[in-house]
Design a protein around this ligand. Structure first.
Ligand SMILES: *[C@@H]1O[C@H](CO)[C@@H](O)[C@H](O)[C@H]1NC(C)=O
Ligand SMILES: *[C@@H]1O[C@H](CO)[C@@H](O)[C@H](O)[C@H]1NC(C)=O
Ligand SMILES: *[C@@H]1O[C@H](CO)[C@@H](O)[C@H](O)[C@H]1NC(C)=O
Length: 462
């Protein structure tokens, strides 16, 4: 009796830990979702699709991708989740649920030459850690509950143990399933007997899986990430493209994987792909990977600058036939400018802790704006205003404004820019009227007009 009593707290603790795991973090993927307005979205594309036309402008929208909100929603079988989503198992229904990740809780660190960030808000567990926790929990559960009173107390707090056990088994299977599938796909990809077609299929299936934060981390621990990085410089462009796609999705909102991929030498290979002649479809995926790799990761951004990344993008921007890439390129640059700006603003009303100091130090090493000026971006960005797409113009305007301090003299001398701003002003003033006619006060055209007006005002300031 005495012994049993002594066992109780341990059992309870085990149960609480396991439940905490369950309710909060289980299979769960956490992470930062990029919040910037202009982030590049990469659509999952139809995997069975063969050749894409090189002039393709718009990525096809894949209806199978689930759009999470800030509430938990049930995931239907076969649906993919965008990178960085939280995924959990609902104990009541046995179904997987998804919600958006949040952007906070990144802790920046430095260790000798290594730098990076980890997510502190909600640790995600590898399949191994998870299994270990579940095993301990199961062992703990074999201790019989000896008094009715204790049982009731537990029952009141938690769900019946038999039910929980069933959930555990279901969960165990789910965890196993993704890891097993990834192992099979890696073997298919790594097998010298596989055809290129089979390898591409394996990569695209992996891409689907690595949207979940823990799957991407498992891919790393299985040695698969290095295989993917190596495929970036394979001789086949289809493998290059798919490898970049897997990489981009795996690092999206996944700080620990971002660190691994940078240390694995992927950035140099990605920039080589951008700097050499490749189909636009390949470059799109590569840009997606670069953008995801740089996001919230100042160490990667400094590295990008050192490797001449801005120059690579400038040349790509000016290459005929790559018009559809231009807005993506500008988005990468804009995101980096704004990210640094926001970080320094946070500093003002934030109680500085050591991670925040470290973060500021890391961002201080990223000196992007002077390089942009040097590489001619003060006059490259205005070119995008000639696009008929409202969306492209909006992004160009936001980027122009973000570079105002460094570019103002260039802008003033650019007569084409002055002319196109006054043309846009007229055009959007009319469009705003049509918006107001249908009762819309704060419409999209009004937003663009405000950006144009702001450009005009700020260009005149001394
Ligand atoms: C490749 O195929 C050959 C001949 O069919 C077979 O002997 C070999 O084991 C296969 N290799 C792998 C890695 O599967
Ligand atoms: C890929 O194959 C090589 C040789 O066939 C093997 O040594 C390596 O462990 C494999 N890698 C993975 C991640 O399966
Ligand atoms: C890819 O690059 C790595 C390291 O830069 C090199 O070892 C490897 O041989 C290259 N592979 C191909 C197919 O060029």
């Amino acid at each position: 009796m005495m012994a049993k009593r002594i066992m109780q707290p341990k059992w309870r603790l085990g149960l609480s830990i396991a439940l905490w795991l369950f309710s909060l973090h289980l299979i769960c993927a956490h992470d930062v979702k990029s919040p910037t307005a202009l982030s590049i979205k990469e659509d999952s594309e139809d995997h069975s699709k063969g050749e894409e036309t090189l002039l393709e402008d718009e990525d096809s929208e894949d209806l199978e991708v689930f759009q999470p909100t800030d509430k938990w929603q049930t995931l239907k079988p076969g649906q993919a989740v965008p990178a960085g989503s939280h995924v959990r198992l609902n104990l009541q229904t046995g179904q997987r649920e998804v919600k958006m990740g949040e952007e906070e809780g990144l802790k920046y660190w430095r260790d000798g030459n290594r730098q990076g960030m980890v997510n502190m808000q909600s640790p995600s567990f590898t399949a191994e850690e998870l299994k270990e926790a579940l095993k301990k929990f199961k062992e703990g559960m074999d201790d019989p509950v000896d008094t009715k009173q204790d049982e009731d107390a537990v029952r009141a707090q938690f769900r019946p143990i038999e039910e929980l056990k069933k959930d555990m088994e279901a969960l165990d299977m789910l965890v196993d399933t993704d890891v097993q599938v990834m192992r099979r796909l890696l073997n298919q990809f790594n097998n010298t007997n596989s055809t290129t077609e089979e390898k591409v299929t394996a990569l695209l299936d992996l891409e689907y899986l690595v949207h979940q934060v823990d799957n991407a981390q498992n891919l790393v621990s299985m040695g698969g990430m290095q295989l993917v990085i190596n495929a970036l410089n394979s001789t086949d462009i289809r493998l290059q493209e798919s490898a970049a796609f897997v990489l981009g999705s795996a690092v999206s909102s996944n700080p620990s994987v971002q660190v691994v991929v940078i240390e694995g030498g992927a950035l140099q290979k990605l920039l080589t792909l951008l700097a050499t002649q490749r189909p636009v479809t390949v470059k799109k995926k590569v840009l997606f990977a670069v953008a995801s790799l740089l996001r919230h990761f100042p160490f990667a951004q400094s590295h990008f600058l050192k490797l001449g990344g801005v120059q690579v993008l400038s040349e790509l921007f000016q290459t005929p036939g790559t018009e559809s890439l231009r807005v993506r390129i500008i988005t990468v640059l804009y995101d980096m400018i704004i990210e640094k700006e926001l970080i320094s603003q946070v500093g003002m009303d934030h109680i500085p802790d050591s991670s925040h100091q470290e973060r500021l130090r890391q961002y201080a090493e990223v000196s992007l704006l002077p390089v942009l000026v040097e590489q001619g971006w003060c006059s490259l960005v205005p070119e995008l205003l000639a696009s008929p797409e409202h969306d492209y113009r909006e992004k160009a305007l936001r980027t122009l404004l973000a570079m105002m301090a460094q570019c103002q003299t260039h802008y003033k001398q650019n007569h084409a820019l002055t002319a196109s701003l006054s043309e846009l002003q007229k055009q959007y003033q009319e469009l705003v009227l049509t918006e107001q006619d249908v009762g819309e006060q704060d419409g999209y055209f009004g937003e663009i007009l405000a950006l144009v007006d702001s450009m005009v005002v700020k260009m005149q300031q001394v």
